[in-house]
Design a protein. Structure first.
Length: 560
């Protein structure tokens, strides 16, 4: 090869190298100048992480400031599967420390073995002490963030009423759900910078969390406990399916206690969804004789009868195609309106309804007392009951509805109706929450149902029910009691036919009758020992009332 050819090749190679260097320099300049911003952001994003800081839910306390729902410090453990060096080994160590069972450990291993994920939970809301021990092991790719967990210090107390919050700290049932917006705070967040191993080396910014507002309930934890104990004893002694009770202050509408038995511990959710229901608000039932209040109150208010008005009543009468008779065989008797209510005569009440009051006025009084409409109590899932429109009343409805058949009410509706009579004829909307974040809730709605004079007449008649009628087992030494028994056959939900074996026994009453401080309703579903409200529910009423009167130090109003 000649010297000239060699030089030409050298110059060509130099030119190629020069062009390559120029391209590299141009590329570097383009990256540094044109793409500097976007690449810096990408690098920053790979090193920074925004960690949420969960805000604690507001606490729930009773009227005496006893905690019913609170928060416990926990730690959520999560991992970046891409940074976990040996998923099987690390999961085994984590499971030992956290106390995970075999199934939970297997699920965690499946998540951490998936390298396509950048985030996977190991355990949410882990006990703080266990999480701290795991954190000290410094497992690669494992991270820890503190957060609150909802707990219920009183366990079974008012569980169906308070409800519960799930693992995401959102209310799912009860007051936890009803007041979700108030109880939920504002989450904070923290932006941190991490090294390639995932260790935090700097905190860029922090936004503090804000706790939710607390709720102060009208419920009294002591009265609630009395009620739940009595209901549990009642179910045991009567072999009933369930039982419910409400204790109201008839003057204010405050719910002092609200319970359904059997119940559950809110810290450990039951497998049966039935136990979660607050039946006093969500479930409707045929009330039976406790509903006779409406017919008698309507007839008195319309001036159609007085407590002394008498009727000659056979044991049985026909209304359309249905025979209506009293609960126990008897001959033809002359009864006053007071005695009709005292002995709970079906024939007497049906006679007043069909002969004097009439369907249209009866329907109006049913609505006036609030049946067929929600009370508006601050609780989710309230039922409005079942009240047929007047144009859908069947032939015998004129006689059966006045005695509490062919109509369905909720316990809270019935309690509020009787509370109106105990409150001089003024209905007060029942409610469970007194204050939100320390501020009183708006005053309860009020409306007059009957005149004060009519309410006084009915209270006197209801007192005779307890003194000498079907409710004698509700008598309380040294206190006057005004109340009414109820015994209702349960209809089959499929056929609509009434069961000869299944009943709801109930009693609702006010005490002291001279100046009512308490309105108590007890319902017992499918008792086996007896079917009668007077022998099943009235004794439970008496026990609850005795405990409450002692606790509240209500002075006697009657000589022994």
């Amino acid at each position: 090869m000649s010297q000239r050819a060699a030089n030409r090749r050298i110059r060509l190679l130099g030119a190629v190298i020069a062009l390559a260097l120029a391209g590299a320099l141009a590329r570097a300049g383009w990256i540094q100048v044109v793409r500097a911003g976007s690449l810096a952001k990408l690098a920053d994003a790979q090193q920074t992480q925004t960690i949420p800081i969960p805000a604690p839910r507001g606490s729930i306390v009773d009227r005496n400031n006893v905690e019913l729902a609170a928060n416990e410090d926990t730690m959520t453990v999560y991992a970046d599967p891409k940074l976990v060096s040996s998923p099987a080994r690390e999961v085994q160590r984590a499971a030992q420390v956290l106390g995970l069972d075999a199934q939970e450990a297997t699920q965690v291993l499946q998540r951490l073995s998936d390298r396509s994920l950048g985030f996977a939970y190991v355990e949410r809301q882990a006990p703080l002490a266990k999480a701290r021990r795991l954190e000290k092991l410094k497992l690669a790719g494992f991270y820890f963030t503190a957060g609150p967990k909802r707990i219920y210090p009183q366990g079974v107390l008012a569980a169906q009423t308070i409800g519960y919050a799930g693992v995401d700290n959102h209310g799912l049932t009860g007051l936890e759900l009803e007041y979700e917006k108030s109880l939920t705070g504002r989450d904070g967040q923290e932006t941190v910078v991490k090294d390639p191993a995932g260790k935090t080396i700097d905190v860029r910014s922090t936004t503090s969390e804000k706790s939710g507002a607390s709720l102060t309930l009208t419920i009294d934890n002591a009265i609630q406990l009395y009620v739940q104990q009595v209901l549990a004893e009642t179910i045991k002694s009567t072999q009933a399916q369930s039982a419910s009770a409400i204790v109201l202050d008839p003057r204010s509408g405050d719910v002092l206690a609200m319970a359904t038995a059997p119940t559950y511990n809110a810290n450990t959710l039951p497998t049966s969804q039935q136990l979660l229901r607050n039946r006093t608000v969500t479930d409707a039932y045929e009330p039976g004789s406790t509903f006779k209040l409406v017919t008698v109150a309507g007839a008195l208010s319309e001036g159609l009868v007085s407590p002394q008005t008498t009727f000659t009543l056979p044991y049985s009468i026909m209304v359309a195609d249905k025979a209506i008779h009293d609960s126990h065989p008897r001959g033809t008797e002359t009864m006053s309106v007071t005695k009709i209510l005292t002995v709970s005569s079906n024939v007497g009440v049906a006679t007043i309804a069909t002969k004097l009051l009439g369907d249209e006025r009866l329907a109006a009084w049913i609505k006036r007392f609030g049946f067929g409409e929600k009370t508006g109590i601050d609780f989710p899932g309230e039922s409005k009951g079942i009240v047929l429109p007047l144009d859908q009343w069947y032939g015998s409805a004129s006689g059966t509805i006045p005695i509490g058949q062919g109509i369905a009410v909720t316990p809270i509706q019935l309690a509020a109706a009787y509370a109106a009579i105990a409150n001089k004829g003024v209905w007060v909307q029942p409610h469970l929450v007194a204050r939100i974040g320390g501020k009183p809730v708006p005053a309860a709605k009020r409306r007059r149902v009957v005149r004060s004079a009519v309410a006084d007449q009915i209270m006197t008649m209801l007192s005779s029910v307890v003194d000498e009628g079907t409710g004698t087992e509700a008598e309380i030494p040294n206190y006057s009691v005004a109340g009414k028994t109820g015994t209702a056959q349960k209809p089959d939900p499929k056929t609509g036919e009434y069961s000869p074996y299944k009943y709801v026994a109930s009693f609702v009453g006010a005490v002291p009758a001279s100046n009512p401080r308490l309105l108590i309703l007890v319902t017992v579903d499918e008792p086996q020992s007896s079917i009668w409200g007077g022998s099943v529910a009235a004794p439970a009423f008496k026990e609850i009332a005795l405990d409450c009167l002692r606790y509240l130090e209500v002075p006697p109003d009657r000589a022994s």
